[in-house]
Design a binder for this molecule. Sequence first.
Ligand code: C5P
Length: 234
Amino acid sequence: MAELVVALDFRDAGQALDMARTLRGVVPWMKVGLELFTAEGPRVICGLKELGFKIFLDLKFFDIPNTVQGAVRSAASLGVDMVSIHALGGERMARAAMDGCAEGVVSGQTPPLVLAVTMLTSMAAGDLPVEGAPEPSEMVLDLAVKAKQYGLNGVVCSGLEVERIKAACGSSFACLTPGIRPASAEAGDQRRVVTPGDAVRNGSDFLVVGRPVTRAERPEAVARAIIEEMDRAQ
Ligand code: C5P
């Protein structure tokens, strides 16, 4: 069963926790990203855990292996359920991330899933600032296969790429898809977008939705409608 993750891209913990309270009992996962974590740090994670949410700490770590190992260790010790690194960091960075995860996990708890960001869903063909860059779908598939070989738990990719990744990496290799837009919503800065129903039909395990929910007049109603669309597509 695919699960909904709401991206809490807010500038302070007050706004983020208010939104989380609105969505409590409807949405199982909250995503804390760069804006909120940079402003508020670990205390916002504690607040969300107290509300009973599963947490995806999406800081997209990308640094030398030793630094990423320490960062994932620290993230795991906060008790989060999922963290992200960049697939482009390569094998040594990926393996160091998994080591950090095992070192930091809170005793008695399941270690967080470590997912690799393949290519941002805001980027399309031509956006990669590299001469002769491969097509996004080819590059994403290649990075996903390597992420699996390096022992990571899954990838962050667009809903357009899930089917091929699952075929190549197996159904237990997790695919988390941002760039989700209900048919009536604006794409904004996102480029490789799909609807919630299509993401689920393609095999996505986790759907990340931010602004279509958090900027809605009635966020809870939009979240419920997305979950209904997901359920119909399972
Ligand atoms: O508001 P929106 O639904 O576009 O939010 C998508 C969220 O997913 C943002 O928090 C963004 O940082 C994140 N994300 C993404 N593309 C990726 C990885 C993460 O949009 N490849």
